[in-house]
Design a binder for this molecule. Structure first.
Ligand SMILES: Nc1ncnc2c1ncn2[C@@H]1O[C@H](COP(=O)(O)OP(=O)(O)OP(=O)(O)O)[C@@H](O)[C@H]1O
Length: 269
């Protein structure tokens, strides 16, 4: 059974551009210049349940747009899409209670209150029974080593502490599928390793399917047996790290960043 299945999934953003300055802003009100950008271009991908897949690509490649469509935050412009048997953009309760998303660059926690307060709101949103909630909080805070942090206002936490709290929130309702969009961005080596180990354990112990995007090749190498390279909204490679090295033409012990750079240079030339 597939966790994710897409056929020719496409997203075209439509937006208006305006000239600089007050004159441009005024003109833009009456005569907006319409533009289109194809962020995801006929992307076909299947991900079996329980797999950890890494989506890699340069800035602007279409990774976040893909993830936003897969989790129902954006409606596709074209193509077919099924995630855990659902159409994500319908955002049914069953679908939302089986997925979760963590963004390294955005916080899902309420800034001025403690993590625990955000967890209580989540408990209501997902209708989690009190004993299940208590057990989940106990397990996740222990595994992520944040038991001493969840009663502190989120704005007072360091980035690494906050990311671990973000994961407690994201996993509170026991999702089958986790989208992690650059979860280690800005973290130091120790925090990065702890987060990576946690995600590996989550997949091993709970069979959680994980879709990871990262610019950090060491994250991807440590966690993902399968790597899909996206550029200009198109998958240019889908395979494992060994195949990726071979395809890049780099020698077997080449630095992972060199491997990736070689792949993208090849696509752009
Ligand atoms: N709301 C939007 N309106 C118009 N264009 C957009 C919008 N969001 C993204 N884009 C464009 O779509 C393309 C893909 O963006 P996306 O954020 O999916 O890339 P990404 O691979 O996640 O990049 P990064 O690694 O820099 O986060 C880019 O060219 C971007 O400028």
């Amino acid at each position: 059974m597939h966790a994710i299945s897409t056929t020719r999934l496409t997203k075209v953003y439509r937006y208006s551009e305006q000239e600089p300055g007050m004159k441009g802003a005024f003109k833009g009100l009456f005569k907006p210049v319409r533009r289109e950008r194809t962020a995801v271009d006929a992307l076909t991908l299947t991900v079996p349940k329980g797999q950890v897949i890494g989506l890699l690509g340069p800035n602007g490649a279409g990774k976040t747009t893909t993830i936003k469509m897969l989790c129902g935050l954006l409606r596709p412009t074209g193509g077919e899409l099924e995630v855990l048997g659902h159409q994500p953009h319908q955002r049914s309760f069953d679908f939302l209670s089986r997925i979760s998303v963590v963004f390294g660059q955005k916080s899902m926690l309420w800034w001025d209150v403690s993590t625990y307060d955000s967890l209580l709101i989540h408990r209501e949103m997902y209708a989690i029974p009190k004993p299940v909630f208590d057990a989940s909080v106990a397990e996740l805070t222990e595994r992520l080593d944040v038991a001493g942090l969840i009663n502190i206002p989120v704005r007072k936490l360091s980035l690494g502490q906050r990311m671990r709290c973000e994961l407690v929130l994201a996993l509170l309702h026991g999702p089958d599928l986790l989208f992690a969009d650059e979860p280690t961005v800005g973290l130091d080596v120790v925090a990065k390793l702890a987060l990576r180990n946690f995600l590996a354990e989550l997949n091993r112990d709970h069979g959680t399917t994980i879709v990871l995007t990262s610019h950090d090749m060491s994250d991807v190498a440590a966690l993902c047996r399968r790597i899909a390279l996206i550029d200009h909204g198109v998958i240019g490679f889908d395979g494992d790290l060994r195949e990726l090295r071979q395809r890049s033409g780099q020698h077997a012990d080449a630095d992972l960043d060199q491997v990736l750079a070689a792949m993208f240079q090849g696509r752009r030339s």
